[in-house]
Design a protein around this ligand. Structure first.
Ligand code: FAD
Length: 186
């Protein structure tokens, strides 16, 4: 849930994790807390005096996919989720709800619609201890000259590891071609 509010947060960290006194239930998933991002570290996210606030909620793909069949119910669920998140944030930032000027609730279905990522995943594999220790090969057996980079070969995904995986593919190609891997700063 993202909103744009008419206030600033000069003394707040840009990312924190909020633990909730009682779980927030979203489509059968009880959330005991969520990361909260305050885009207060640059002047390009919102006009002067305003801030983009984002709560990241891990919810269920099937719940939103099924609900999307009924557009009215889907929109109502998004509105009610935004209201509930703001209610939880009010405890930390009194008056926040009245300062909201724009609200955007992107569900897993939204992410799927834009990216076609499996079940609306916004990153790659869930970074479990086992996944984080697993090395995923950058090639596929029987498919020559094919190399993979991106969020499905670096568990957890995210922009920095994905960029790094592209660099690793170049290293693999250099080794294959007997060339020295080198970099330069543009
Ligand atoms: C809403 C959202 C918020 C996020 N926030 C963050 C964040 O704050 N920080 C962070 O680190 N990560 C974030 N992520 C995750 C991060 O964006 C991804 O992990 C990362 O972009 C994945 O990189 P990638 O190169 O694997 O795939 P992508 O960036 O998806 O690139 C794949 C490219 O391949 C193209 N493509 C697909 N199919 C074909 C085809 N058949 N032929 C040719 N081209 C094709 C696509 O158009 C796309 O350009 C977020 C993701 C989402 C969805």
């Amino acid at each position: 849930m993202t909103c744009w509010v008419a206030r600033t947060f000069p003394d707040e960290p840009p990312l924190k994790f909020l633990f909730l006194k009682s779980p927030l239930n979203v489509g059968g998933v009880p959330l005991t807390g969520f990361p909260l991002r305050l885009f207060n570290y640059g002047d390009r996210f919102a006009p002067r005096g305003k801030t983009v606030v984002q709560a990241l909620l891990h919810t269920d793909w099937n719940f939103w996919k099924d609900l999307r069949q009924d557009r009215t119910a889907y929109e109502a669920a998004k509105n009610s989720l935004a209201a509930e998140v703001l209610e939880r944030l009010e405890a930390h930032y009194p008056g926040l709800t009245a300062q909201v000027e724009v609200t955007d609730v992107a569900t897993p279905y939204t992410t799927w619609r834009y990216t076609l990522n499996r079940e609306g995943a916004f990153m790659g594999w869930v970074p479990t201890p086992q996944a984080m220790r697993t090395q995923i090969r950058r090639t596929l057996p029987g498919l020559d000259h094919f190399y993979m980079a991106g969020q499905w070969v670096v568990p957890g995904g995210g922009v920095p590891p994905c960029l790094y995986s592209g660099r690793q593919v170049i290293q693999v190609l250099c080794r294959r071609d007997g060339k020295k891997f080198s970099t330069s700063v543009p």
